[in-house]
Write a protein that binds this ligand. Structure first.
Ligand code: TXA
Ligand code: MG
Length: 340
């Protein structure tokens, strides 16, 4: 523990205090609609360096710069056309990040030396209030230790960052639960770099209105089963995660389910009988209502399983439509691509 960490609430007085800490070069953990962020003054290279230390993050991974309004975009980026701005206006504030050519004000440590900068305007009001009070843009990765799942509750953020930061703002459980979609803007097209809550389908529809083609660059080289490979492990709980595409897979005679197992599943038509069979085997199963519910609770359930000493998580691998694409991306990394 290097820091006495202040716990702040989402009151105006506390958000103001947090803003002052940011401006003074300190680290502050804050809630957003996606996941909790680990924030520092984006214009202060020394403050930003502290982010990498607190997270244990390699410095070749660039940070997202959080702004409180559309007007600020032109200050921190270059060569943004009207067409691009209008498109961004359709989804900001919201759970999406746009990568644009950077203005010279943004220090190299933030962009890992790239000529582009990632910009996001959170839709959670308290996050934007904090940025306004800080009076500077806030560079923030997710507030987890590098490699671990992103925090989606105050308790998770506290667990990861207490003692490493000046303050943690206690907010609500994050609505979205997974990180923003990251979209690079090129002249005539949008490139999806990381899938999120703002889906490929939504971006494609939106792109059409502005004559921009959308391409998906987020697929991992080996998005399919079999090749474990630790190279892509990320968002990893302590428990070992295995994926499955259908509940029937769990009843294969070749599979032995260890006693300390939790199953994460998403409601499907006609799955009642198999669900009953699993419950009667004494295995705990968490059933999500739909994709958004799954996304919202995925990292929270990872955290909960770890806290309870669960050693194996069997997680449903959804189809690649809508938010399913983002879920698959996080699940492949969390499992290292292992299927049951
Ligand atoms: O929802 C979110 O995006 C959360 C909250 C706190 O805003 N933040 C977040 O940050 O997830 P982080 O650092 O965990 O993920 C940022 C992602 C990384 O994959 C990084 O490589 C990418 O954005 N990124 C940042 N700057 C980039 C750039 N200039 N070009 C391409 N990718 C970039
Ligand atoms: Mg992260």
């Amino acid at each position: 523990m290097t820091h006495a960490t202040l716990i702040l609430e989402c009151t105006e007085a506390d958000l103001k205090k947090a803003g002052e800490l940011i401006r003074a070069g300190e680290l502050v953990v804050f809630p957003t609609e996606t996941v909790y962020g680990l924030g520092a003054n984006a214009l202060d290279p020394k403050a930003c360096r502290k982010i990498f230390q607190a997270k244990g993050r390699p410095t070749d991974n660039p940070l997202i710069v959080h702004l409180s309004s559309m007007e600020e975009i032109l200050t921190y980026t270059r060569r943004v056309s009207d067409r691009h701005l209008k498109l961004m206006e359709q989804c900001m504030p919201g759970p999406v990040t746009f990568v644009l050519p950077k203005a010279p004000d943004i220090p190299d440590i933030v962009t890992a030396g790239l000529s582009t900068v990632a910009i996001r305007i959170p839709s959670l009001t308290e996050a934007r209030r904090l940025i306004s009070y800080a009076g500077v843009p806030i560079a923030a990765p997710s507030a987890n230790r590098s490699g671990e799942p992103s925090p989606t509750t105050f308790e998770m953020a506290y667990h990861a960052m207490a003692g490493r930061v000046a303050a943690i703002i206690k907010g609500p459980m994050c609505e979205v639960g997974i990180e923003s979609s990251v979209v690079r803007i090129e002249k005539d097209r949008l490139e999806l770099l990381r899938p999120g809550f703002v889906t490929f389908e939504t971006l494609t529809e939106l792109g059409k209105d502005f004559g921009l083609e959308v391409i998906d660059l987020s697929q991992l080289p080996q998005a399919k089963p079999a090749s474990p490979g630790t190279k892509y492990t990320h968002y990893k709980p302590k428990a070992t995660v295995y994926l499955f595409s259908s509940l029937e897979d769990l009843f294969s005679p070749l599979i032995e389910i260890p006693s300390s197992t939790r199953i994460l599943y998403m409601k499907q038509p006609q799955s009642e009988e198999l669900l009953h069979r699993i419950v009667s085997m004494g295995i705990e199963i968490v059933v999500f209502e739909n994709m958004s519910d799954y996304a919202r609770h995925l990292f929270f359930q990872f955290h909960r399983a770890d806290k309870e000493g669960i050693t194996t998580i069997l997680a449903y691998y959804p189809p690649p439509t809508g938010i399913g694409l983002a879920l698959r991306n996080r699940l492949i990394k969390a499992s290292g691509g292992r299927f049951v």
